[in-house]
Ligand binder design. Structure first.
Ligand SMILES: Cc1ncc(COP(=O)(O)O)c(C=O)c1O
Length: 359
């Protein structure tokens, strides 16, 4: 009988914005909490589908490349299903992601210049492709180019979104409007973006505009979109946003073509805009996300500044990864709110008056 790998991924919450949306003048902004997946990112949808494939093909070992979240997810599902896994990462990977992989027993290889350099990254991938072809060793990379079956698992985000929104909107607006107008998607390699667009092809209701949001420091899709060309150039990545540094054409050309077909826009954002969006998510929405998980919002803020979205539009920003993954970025956001060390006897004096101070 076919086996299905699962840790309960998917069916993540969709919640309305309580502060950021209203302040931007938007009535219907929603966050899709992909950080609530079992290992803290949307990658669990990919890995559940990919591990299902490996189990049914009786593969017992795999090798993966990862910017962190694929590896964390893979390590967890492999631990559960008895598959040996080795993961190649960059030494810059945030500690929250590295420790997740190791705690689940994955073999970790930190390869110098992997990810930041397109040349090193391509070389590593070529070696792994050769090895996996020669042995019964699956190659796991979260891109359609390498793992189309696993990536199909990610497409469920859009069918869920369409269903959840039609429910929420009919409750809130007594069925006045249906459908989503805009979805902003953080882009590294471009697989997630492509999956979201493909998912909407199978979802009920009108298709939203799905937009690319990519760091200016790794602008594979944004650069080709702005230059009006069909071919993506490899870049040397300078972005520090973990997960979004993919300097070669993993699924970037696929994402670019999908973007053009679907009529969305490509927004390039500076790392500082992403950190600012993360701080807003933390302080105003109570959402604990890593920087990549706040990147959709950084793109939306650009779209608002350019008047590319309307007040009544229904807009979704997927929060793709959890704050626990990247303690350094969270620590920077927390610096604004210092802790106070005191004696118990001093407490009352410090607390008096707190009830009247606002945000
Ligand atoms: C949290 C998070 N968001 C978004 C992405 C981007 O996905 P893709 O590389 O498929 O564009 C990643 C990729 O690692 C990620 O980890």
């Amino acid at each position: 009988m076919a086996q299905r790998a699962t840790l309960g991924e998917g069916n993540t919450p969709l919640i309305p914005s309580v502060s950021i949306g209203p302040k931007l003048g938007l009535k219907n902004l929603y966050f899709k909490l992909e950080n609530c997946n079992p290992t803290g990112s949307y990658k669990d949808r990919f890995i559940a589908a990919e591990i299902t494939r490996l189990l049914n093909e009786r593969v017992t070992a795999c090798v993966a490349t990862s910017s962190g979240n694929t590896g964390a997810s893979l390590a967890s599902y492999c631990a559960r299903y008895g598959i040996r896994c080795s993961i190649i990462v960059s030494p810059e990977t945030p500690p929250g992601k590295l420790v997740q992989m190791r705690a689940h027993g994955a073999r970790l290889f930190l390869v110098k210049h992997f990810i930041a350099s397109a040349e090193v990254t391509s070389k590593v991938l070529a070696t792994l492709e050769r090895l996996s072809g020669e042995r019964n060793l699956a190659l796991v990379v979260s891109a359609y180019r390498y793992c189309p079956e696993g990536m199909r698992g990610v497409e469920s985000i859009s069918t869920e979104l369409a269903e959840q929104l039609s429910e929420q909107l009919s409750e809130r607006l007594s069925g006045q409007r249906g459908g989503i107008d805009h979805v902003f998607v953080p882009v590294g390699g471009g697989g997630l973006f492509t999956a979201v667009c493909r998912g909407f092809e199978h979802a009920p209701g009108p298709r939203p505009k799905v937009h690319v949001v990519q760091p200016r420091g790794c602008p594979t899709v944004v650069d080709a979109f702005e230059r009006g060309v069909d071919v993506v150039r490899a870049v040397e990545s300078t972005t520090k946003i973990s997960g979004l540094s993919v300097p070669f054409d993993a699924d970037a050309t696929l994402a670019l073509n999908t973007l053009r077909k679907n009529g969305g826009h490509a927004f390039g954002v500076e790392d500082e805009e992403v950190y600012e969006a993360q701080r807003l998510m933390l302080a105003e929405e109570g959402i604990y996300c890593e920087p990549a998980g706040a990147t959709a919002l950084a793109g939306l803020r650009r779209a608002v500044a350019k008047e590319m979205v309307q007040r009544d539009d229904t807009i979704v920003c997927p929060v793709t990864g959890h704050g626990f993954k990247d303690p350094e970025s969270i620590g920077k956001a927390a610096e604004k709110y210092p802790e106070v060390l005191l004696q118990a006897s001093e407490l009352e004096e410090k607390l008096v008056g707190l009830e009247i101070s606002g945000r």
